[in-house]
Design a protein around this ligand. Structure first.
Ligand code: UDX
Ligand code: UDX
Length: 470
């Protein structure tokens, strides 16, 4: 028997908003709470605020029906059986996660709580956060029998967040009480029983009635660690392949071949072995730092994580060196930059390696003409247009009269450029690709010098071999 559960989601960022509309899509009654009045007003008016597939459609479908938006956390607390905390957990100066927003929300929930509630950590938080939330509740006068704290980490990727949410590889529920675990099982029942996938209007993905996602029940601490360990491991995989790509460059080998050869081993798997300019985004950099910091505080030697971070920093510097190796001097050079978002298909620029590289190149005296299909507006807020930075109308406008074209974000459209038009627009036919979007032969056949990551530099027949900077 299907049971609709009233759910409050606190925080309407990438995680909170997606969770709220997806719970609504699963049939629950949802109140999404945010203390930012402008955000709430925009959401109430139907503006989805972030660039995310299916979000506008789901918002249109469920707004004012299964999901509503409010700033009133007290009211939402009283109305709902489960309260998901999805506020930001930014990185503090020491690398720790700053949990002050989580604490503020817990205290406010405590002040309004009048019957048993399950409080769910959805934000990525270090191990022991559930105990701190419990303590904050008790300090604010709430009886221990009136609540449980559960950890239910989210593994969604930006850009594909809705599909990731509705078709997860796994659902992790860390609950130390049976009662709370049962509430979470009910909430996810539309997915775990396969019922959602049977619906004619369900969003398609890899799960199905015959293959619904598994729900893994663990202790709260294990669930907290699963989230940090998963993100840190994925970041490690990226840093590993980036280090291998550097080795390939030195040995004149091809990292794409190496990654394929490694990835075919099912124990390794092909995913997250794409070399590039380093990982970015709102999660990996912050979560690796937070996990390292948690280990340090508990007296565990986890220096491996520092190495992961070190490789990630070096990868951006190496890319700038690569630009220098192609152009000799950087001062006064005019560069076309494709991509500002931290990865393709998102407008998110948090910890974007592309933006860091733009800053480094500007500091070296380059002028930049940048284009991104979705992230220019956000970038302009932190890097306003200037004499040395122009935001272009499109790829070819950015390339116009540039000394080289740099690809910094893996937007699918950047992999399908009109190479003839590009060649005509550029001053010199040089492409430096930080995302390995092209087959080097295709570019050299079109007359380009093509430098990519972990693959031999490719030159058209008429061009000269590289001049070593060493
Ligand atoms: C999320 C998770 O919270 C974070 O732990 C994870 O690692 C990455 O994804 P995200 O959804 O991207 O963060 O956060 P953000 O876009 O910053 O949104 C948080 C929202 O919470 C904002 O809309 C903010 O206004 C709101 N908020 C913050 C509150 O409603 N109350 C507060 O006290 C603080
Ligand atoms: C990540 C996790 O994948 C997700 O499970 C978690 O919930 C939040 O953090 P997200 O930050 O949206 O998701 O992006 P993701 O697709 O994982 O990429 C992160 C960064 O790694 C990007 O900068 C991306 O370009 C880079 N990356 C990814 C690589 O450089 N190589 C790869 O093979 C994969």
């Amino acid at each position: 028997m299907k049971k609709d559960i009233s759910i409050a989601v606190v925080g309407s960022g990438y995680v909170g908003l997606v969770a709220a509309v997806c719970f609504a899509e699963m049939g629950h009654q949802v109140v999404c709470v945010d203390n930012d009045e402008r955000k709430v007003a925009a959401l109430q008016a139907g503006d989805s605020l972030i660039h995310e597939h299916y979000l506008p459609e789901l918002l249109a479908k469920h707004r004012n029906g299964h999901v509503r938006f409010t700033t009133d956390l007290a009211d939402a607390t009283r109305q709902c059986a489960a309260i998901f905390i999805a506020v930001g957990t930014p990185q503090s100066e020491t690398g720790d996660a700053d949990l002050s927003y989580v604490e503020a929300v817990a205290c406010e929930i405590a002040r309004s709580l009048d019957s048993y509630k399950v409080i769910v950590e959805k934000s990525t938080v270090p191990v022991y956060t559930n105990e701190w939330i419990s303590r904050a509740m008790e300090r604010n006068g709430v009886d221990r029998s009136l609540f449980d704290v559960v950890s239910n980490p989210e593994f969604l990727r930006e850009g594909t967040a809705v599909v990731d949410f509705l078709h997860p590889d796994r659902i992790v529920v860390g609950a130390d009480s049976e009662r709370a675990g049962a509430v979470l099982s009910e909430i996810y029942a539309p997915l775990t029983t396969g019922e959602y996938y049977e619906r004619a209007d369900s969003i398609a993905g890899c799960c199905s009635v015959s293959e619904p996602p598994p729900l893994l029940m663990t202790s709260t601490k294990s669930a907290e660690i699963i989230k940090h360990a998963s993100n840190a491991f994925l970041a490690l995989k990226i840093s590993f392949i980036n280090a291998v790509s550097n080795l390939c460059e030195a040995a004149n080998a091809n990292v794409e071949q190496v990654a394929r050869g490694m990835g075919l081993d099912t124990r390794i798997g092909p995913k997250f072995l794409r070399p590039g300019i380093g990982y970015g985004g709102s999660c990996f950099p912050k979560d690796v730092a937070a996990f390292r910091s948690v280990a340090e505080q508990m007296g565990i030697d986890f220096n491996l994580l520092s190495e992961v971070e070190k490789i990630n920093v070096q990868q951006k510097k190496r890319f700038v060196s690569k630009v220098r190796s192609a152009l000799w001097n950087l001062r006064g050079k005019k560069l076309a930059v494709l991509g500002l978002a931290f990865k393709g298909e998102t407008d998110d620029i948090r910890e974007s390696p592309a933006i860091e590289i733009v800053r480094m190149l500007m500091a070296e005296g380059c002028s930049i003409a940048a284009f991104d299909p979705a992230a220019m507006q956000r970038t302009e807020q932190i890097l306003p247009p200037s004499q040395h930075l122009r935001y272009a109308r499109d790829v070819y406008d950015a390339a116009s009269d540039a000394d080289a074209l740099l690809i910094l974000t893996d937007w699918p459209e950047f992999a399908n450029l009109d190479l003839k038009q590009l060649n005509q627009a550029l001053r010199y036919s040089i492409v430096i690709d930080g995302r390995n979007l092209y087959d080097p032969h295709v570019l050299t056949d079109h007359g380009f010098t093509y430098l990519s990551v972990g693959r031999p530099a490719a030159y058209p027949a008429r061009d000269h071999a590289p001049i070593s900077s060493r």
